[in-house]
Design a protein around this ligand. Structure first.
Ligand SMILES: O=C(O)C(=O)C[C@]1(C(=O)O)C=C[C@@H](O)C=C1
Length: 122
């Protein structure tokens, strides 16, 4: 029978690595920390989204919105940050590929609703 884990029960398993230091006494405590971090992450994603929206003002066409070279720079940068902070690289890369895909879709929509700035004659 499938059953969700008990939030308040004692640990059922342990890591074989003797150096592993548990962070929490219960799953409820683990989840309270995950929820705390999600409350920090989502506002940061909202702020990031506002800058992506602003980026559309500086672009000429759909290729520039997609900016594949910049996408690769962002992936390389976050993989470097993952290494510095001990984050799982495959998780960071998957998150950022999904994030960028979502942001590009939004930016393409924003771009389609914009008008060109008239060019000022020299
Ligand atoms: O840097 C840009 O030009 C952006 O629009 C931002 C961003 C990003 O989410 O980091 C989004 C779309 C582009 O594919 C490249 C990067």
């Amino acid at each position: 029978m499938n059953q969700e884990p008990s939030p308040d029960g004692a640990a059922l398993r342990r890591y074989r690595d003797p150096a592993y230091q548990p962070l929490c006494r219960t799953l409820a405590e683990v989840r309270a920390n995950i929820d705390r971090l999600d409350r920090l992450i989502v506002p940061l994603l909202a702020e990031r989204g506002r800058y992506v929206k602003d980026a559309a003002r500086f672009k000429r066409d759909a290729f520039q919105v997609s900016a594949p070279q910049r996408q690769q720079e962002v992936i390389d940068k976050v993989l470097q940050l993952a290494a510095e902070h001990g984050a799982y690289p495959e998780v960071v890369e998957a998150c950022y590929r999904a994030l960028i895909a979502g942001f590009i879709a939004r930016e393409q929509q924003d771009f389609a609703g914009m008008e060109a700035v008239p060019e000022v004659p020299a």
